[in-house]
Design a binder for this molecule. Structure first.
Ligand SMILES: C[S@@+](CC[C@H](N)C(=O)[O-])C[C@H]1O[C@@H](n2cnc3c(N)ncnc32)[C@H](O)[C@@H]1O
Length: 448
């Protein structure tokens, strides 16, 4: 079925206009956002560009009809200027959170008409519009939140932490916290070591940091596990080997390294052996867990009662799956955000991450980002009331004299609002509606 239906309105033919987000299967850290009158032709053009490579197939992640594709494309370029890989091309950084932002922006644009669903024929890599006029989100009983959920389900795990981000965060804590402690790095924290020599390219930055600082931090032991997924930056697992490796100071004062691949061990953080180490040996857990399994990971780590310092998505602070941890003071943000990672091709990739921990934070420099003041001093443009008359406050402004609950985004929580005399008062995210239209999710807080 052609995707350029010609409409006769007032006698003149008018081609439909589309905006799309497309991605190649081997370039998961980027996507292309563009415009076309013909979705089918555009996708075949992309796939022809890759030389019909069977391994690198383009597919649409999102497409929609718009009234003015040139305007929407221009507005996307302006809005996401910092997320463009190259100024002259329509290539943007990609991860599940950014994808949600792109889709939210497009679907809230005044030119947005309706989402178009495309069925992909994997074998022929052709597209087929299965329904030319798809119902609106509302007609399909879907909300922006459902779009967010769908985006969050996108498995986007292969973001590797940079050494400098680990160094920057750990330098903020008193070194005493590490003394005589067993550190457990349990999410693909590979160590490629032969006869005491480490191949840094195949070693996780977490493992490398703790190995390099083993003596300075006076660690008792470091245990790192390697999980071999389908894509793996540390091709230490290229031979399919899954292992755990321990560093320990021997009786002679030298560091003793032991690598084991126990039978049946999967390297997964929820493998029985990993859970045993967590329960019986670990004192502090430190890693960047996979995005797609973060909910289970947090559950296991928080429940273990062990200290942890981990990287996760900033939006966890307004996500129902994690809000109870913040509410019950079982977790708070660390000192730094983490915005850049390496992808499996070692290219810099952007994502909105933050450190989260249950290790006490002292005088966080982030407190100064909170603008706590009487409500009447907060600039009007940052104050709104939703349809249920709940106050929504933006840009990290915080009313100091407001007694009722109000809704904030993730940023004030990450900046330490809960350490400044405010509590989360609802265990699930708060979704405001203004004139019946759903707005960005938040969390409900109240002055104690
Ligand atoms: C965000 S990456 C971080 C890797 C490494 N910890 C770092 O910080 O550079 C998450 C890693 O977890 C791995 N992973 C996926 N499922 C896992 C599981 N069940 N257990 C342990 N690691 C897993 C992924 O393959 C990926 O390498």
């Amino acid at each position: 079925m052609k995707t350029t239906p010609m409409e006769k309105t007032d006698g003149t033919a008018k081609a439909k206009q589309y905006i799309y987000i497309v991605q190649a299967s081997l370039e998961l850290s980027k996507c292309k956002i563009g415009k076309t009158n013909d979705l089918e032709r555009r996708l075949s053009e992309y796939n022809n560009m890759t030389g019909k490579s069977k391994e690198n197939i383009y597919r649409y992640l999102f497409s929609c009809e718009v009234a003015d594709m040139t305007q929407v494309e221009k507005d996307i370029k302006e809005k996401f200027i910092a997320l463009r890989e190259e100024k002259s091309k329509e290539i943007y950084f990609f991860n599940a959170v950014l994808f949600r932002d792109y889709v939210n922006f497009i679907t809230s644009h005044k030119s947005f008409v309706e989402e178009i669903f495309i069925k992909i024929d994997e074998k022929k890599t052709t597209v087929k519009i299965i329904k030319k006029t798809t119902p609106t989100l509302k007609e399909r009983g879907l909300s922006q939140r459902d779009i967010l959920k769908r985006a969050q389900r996108v498995k986007y795990d292969e973001f590797y932490t940079r050494y400098e981000d680990i160094e920057k965060e750990i330098s903020m804590y008193d070194t005493e916290i590490w003394k005589d402690k067993v550190v457990f790095c349990n999410c693909d924290d590979a160590v490629d070591e032969k006869e005491g020599k480490i191949n840094e390219n195949r070693t996780s930055a977490f493992a490398l940091f703790f190995i390099n600082n083993f003596k300075t931090l006076e660690l008792k032991k470091l245990i790192c596990t390697h999980y071999s997924g389908p894509v793996d930056l540390f091709s230490a697992g290229s031979d399919g080997q899954v292992y755990l490796i321990t560093y320990e100071v021997g009786k002679d004062g030298k560091i003793k390294i032991e690598k084991q691949s126990p039978k049946g061990y999967t390297g997964s953080f929820d493998d029985p052996l990993s859970l045993k180490i967590l329960k019986e040996e670990a004192d502090i857990v430190c890693t960047n867990p996979p995005f797609s399994r973060a909910i289970e990971y947090w559950k296991i780590v928080v429940k273990s009662g062990k200290k942890f310092l981990i990287i996760s998505n900033i939006s966890n602070a307004i996500n129902t799956a994690y809000i109870p941890y913040f509410k019950d003071n079982k977790v708070w943000a660390g000192y730094n955000r983490v915005d850049w990672y390496l992808n499996p091709k070692r290219e810099l990739t952007r994502a909105a991450g933050s450190w989260f921990t249950n290790i006490p934070i002292k005088n966080s420099p982030n407190y100064k980002n909170l603008k706590i003041m009487p409500l009447k001093e907060i600039p009007e443009k940052y104050i709104k009331y939703d349809d249920s008359k709940t106050l929504l406050i933006d840009d990290c402004y915080v009313p100091s004299n407001y007694k009722k609950p109000f809704a904030v985004s993730a940023r004030p929580i990450l900046n330490g609002l809960l350490e400044k005399g405010y509590n989360i008062i609802q265990e699930k995210r708060y979704t405001p509606y203004i004139n019946g239209e759903e707005k960005f999710a938040r969390v409900l807080v109240q002055k104690i």
